[in-house]
Write a protein that binds this ligand. Sequence first.
Ligand code: AHR
Length: 614
Amino acid sequence: SLTVDPTAKGPAIDRTMYGVFFEDINRAADGGLYAELVQNRSFEYSTDDNASYTPLTGWTADGTAQVLNDPGRLGDRNRTYLSLAAGSSVTNTGYNTGIAVEDGKKYDFSVWARAGSGTTLTVTLHDTGGPLATARRVAVRKGGWVQYGATFTATRTSTTGRLTVASSAATALDMVSLFPRDTYKHQPNGLRKDLAEKIAALRPGFVRFPGGCLVNTGSMRDYSEASGWQRKRSYQWKDTVGPVEQRATNANFWGYNQSYGLGYYEYFRFAEDIGAMPLPVVPALVTGCGQNKAVDDDALLERHIQDTLDLVEFANGPATSTWGRKRAEMGHPEPFHLTRIEVGNEENLPEEFFARFTRFRAALQARYPYLTVISNSGPDDSGTTFDRAWRLNRDAEVDMVDEHYYKSPRWFLQHNDRYDSYDRSGPKVFLGEYASQGNAFKNGLAEAAYMTGLERNADIVELASYAPLFANEDYVQWRPDLVWFNNHASWGSANYEVQKLFMNNVGDRVVPSTATTTPDAVGPVTGAVGLSTWNTSAAYDDVKVTAADGTTLLDDDFSGGAPAWTHTGTGSWSVQDGQYVQADTTAENTMVRAGDPAWHDYDLRVKATKKAGR
Ligand code: AHR
């Protein structure tokens, strides 16, 4: 039974407490949430991204098709393009098994083309069974780069589609694109509907983005600097906004090319579309994620701090400000209401990180005093690096610290009380990444149990997000993940259902409660009587077993010392202060009462009183 005191007031729970963390890992963006159906649309794939890539990865050519990187390019940040000879064609294979289309749905094709003389592009959508839509002809005028378009209506459903572009005369092509018309909320350059809807159905309080390890890798040097065309740069938000054909691509931390088609504007817009608070993470110029190396000089740090100030202006500034105008030009004159920003992710070097973090914080709060600037505690849940990071954060009166951990389900059950003892006068906790290691039911259950501990401590744990969010089943770098998908279907894990349950039922306030008995076991049952734990400081002060007819089979209050129990498992038990206590809190244990009563065939009622409050 539960004892609940409705008059007792526990901590208030913020509506934004549970959120999602989107990172471009497991191909979560291109070929995933970003609805673009063409893979490597701008021919930017490079062996610098992944040893298996060529600029024509995702494409097959019939005739002469060459990828060039010369001054004839479409833009400084979109450097390579396709040169297609007269009578030649290229075919895109999409992601997974191909381009997925649905009978009756519309698909918007677009391409940038430059031709020495006028030419006609013949664009077809097909699979091995034949056409998937009526072919389209696109007339390309003689002259410089121009964007052209056409619309297909699918006449069949297929998951193995291909897009072919053939040209009658020599032409240059770039940004070959095919988008479903039916994106989430019909936004242009939008998101794949089923995936976006799965996130929306969670009703998350916030969206943390764009990473993770993704953000703080490599240098902050600019794409266009004389030192060259930098691959594996830190995630720089300015690379990701503006017209898509002018955005950079990058070598993703997780081993593939990322197009930045899904960029900062789209993240902010999505957060707004699902009623969630945007929570961006910017790199701190100290590489975390196991790389242990401070990078970049002071001048770059200053520039990056300025970029971060500009990011706040992009999100919140009036449409008359420099970066607010950019947002307005992209279609959103109203602000995005950014109130929290995180600097750094899983930084291994607390002191080096902190020296930089404090400079970010000072600059951000001087200009935007309302902003919460979130720090982090490194990659571990405990240990010397973690302790040093926490000390620095506490001493500098940081508002909020991000913690991450990926652990066994058992760990989650054992650490339900992790935050019970956190210092209430110190920084708040943002549990930015956590998961038990698996997608099975027991993992969801362990996480649900753990979340009750987060919620009980809602006065200190203000935000929490499971990680990672997405995995394309054919390109997995990390598991478990919350939502899985391929090119045409998506499905939530057991863990997803847990998140959904909690996010859709956020309470206003914790009501303190204690559980004092285990539930009745309803028989008939045959067997011995046992206490089984998988957890946590279990302690019993009374175990009573009665048969349905009221006969007492067992009544043990442990007052006579250690009882005659047969032990299976790895932990030891002992009697302390009249309670039967599991000494090793990390073990799974079953204690079976030996002897009388041994085996019975009764309708049993079992009452085991555990330590109050557990
Ligand atoms: O969520 C996957 C990765 O786990 C994140 O990129 C990183 O922050 C953590 O190590």
